[in-house]
Design a protein around this ligand. Structure first.
Ligand code: ADP
Ligand code: MG
Length: 292
């Protein structure tokens, strides 16, 4: 028996709370370390066994680590706002199949390296659903990141200027799911188009994409510097394994504003003049800012 072992066994003959805490600290199990005495008290009050004590402590450590990992993934995803599938009013978009969305939220499409494209006019919930899927992915352990299309094109431009394209590509490779929001809102210059073409090629069958766009595929060359061939090749890859979700309808923002305006007209008939500033359409303080 080595000297070290000797001293360990002799000291463990007696329970010393500080010694236990220092062992748990050395083992890097902070929750067990924090909860050791509380759980010990609870277990002895209920005549629990040593095994139960250890099991409960280990369980708390595992739960805490899982929650920490989810919080880290949500932070790294950099969603501009928090949106959930449960907050989405499917009745407002009757042609959108709720069951299909709920199935997609199980995130099997990520295991299959498939993509999702949300297509529809502004305000119909494309960004909401894209973020909601991204959030579900984070909860299920997938590394996720949110970009706008123009933000991603800028990131490539900066990386190129700083000769860091390889580094950026490695970061992208490590992700499981990338959300590209608002493709088509801002046309890209030649270089931006080539960068995004490179991005789509890199992600093909490697990283799942959720893309939101207001443009039908026929108009996509407009986004990519009017290059029909490049756009064709890009669409070929992007749509090889894809769920295309077309959302039809009026803007949810407009509908909400109209509803608010009507309600205000009913409740405040005497205070309004045609020229008065209508504050009811302003977002509530602390509410999520609407996306562009
Ligand atoms: P888009 O990306 O299609 O322009 P957004 O997803 O940004 O639209 O939606 C605009 C706002 O309206 C967001 O605050 C979003 O949460 C909300 N919204 C849109 N559609 C719905 C819906 N069907 N149910 C609940 N909220 C919705
Ligand atoms: Mg949007």
């Amino acid at each position: 028996m080595t000297k070290e072992n000797e001293s360990t066994t002799s000291s463990t003959k007696q329970h010393t709370p500080t010694l236990l805490q220092s062992y748990l600290k050395t083992l890097r199990v902070p929750t067990m370390w924090r909860e050791a005495s509380t759980v010990a008290r609870q277990i002895s009050e209920h005549d629990g066994s040593y095994e139960l004590y250890l099991q409960q402590l280990a369980e708390l450590e595992v739960q805490q680590r899982k929650a920490g990992a989810i919080a880290r993934r949500l932070k790294q995803a950099q969603f501009p706002v928090n949106k959930e599938v449960g907050d989405f009013d499917f009745a407002a978009v009757p042609k959108l199949n709720k069951k299909r969305m709920v199935d997609l939220a199980q995130c099997n499409f990520i295991n299959l390296r498939s993509n999702i494209i949300f297509n529809g006019p502004p305000g119909t919930g494309k960004t909401h659903l894209a973020i909601a899927l991204g959030r579900e992915a984070c909860l299920r352990g997938y590394k996720t990141k949110f970009f706008t299309a123009s933000g991603l094109a800028n990131l490539y431009r900066e990386a190129r200027e700083e000769r860091q394209i390889l580094k950026l590509e490695k970061q992208i490779q490590k992700l499981d799911l990338i959300i590209m929001d608002e493709l088509g809102y801002i046309p890209l210059d030649r270089q931006g188009a080539e960068h995004l073409f490179g991005f789509f090629s890199q992600c093909y069958e490697q990283v799942s994409l959720v893309v939101t766009t207001n443009l039908p595929f026929a108009d996509w060359p407009q986004i990519f510097a009017n290059d029909q061939r490049m756009t064709g090749a890009l669409l070929d890859r992007l749509t090889h394994h894809v769920h295309i979700i077309a959302i039809e309808g009026d803007s949810f923002r407009l509908k909400a504003n109209t509803k608010n305006n009507k309600a205000a007209a009913v409740t405040e008939p005497t205070t309004k003049t045609p020229n008065s500033n209508d504050k009811t359409s302003q977002p509530k303080k602390g509410a999520n800012p609407p996306s562009k």
